[in-house]
Design a protein around this ligand. Structure first.
Ligand SMILES: [Zn+2]
Length: 64
């Protein structure tokens, strides 16, 4: 019983790590997920000002 519980905990932890890695990959590819108030859009980065803006909810975020 105890070993079963341990196995379940380990697999759940591996799943959360996998999710974090996916997020990091998305960020390095130049796409920033908005997620403000559950907004399902990506921010549009303006290379000149270094500000990323969401076209859906108007959220702005300084990058770099
Ligand atoms: Zn947004």
């Amino acid at each position: 019983m105890l070993s079963r519980t341990l196995t379940h905990t380990t697999s759940a932890r591996a799943g959360s790590i996998r999710r974090m890695r996916r997020r990091t990959t998305a960020a390095t590819s130049g796409r920033i997920f908005c997620s403000t108030n559950g907004c399902p859009s990506f921010l549009e980065l303006d290379p000149a000002s270094g500000v990323a803006t969401c076209q859906i909810c108007g959220f702005t975020r300084r990058v770099g």
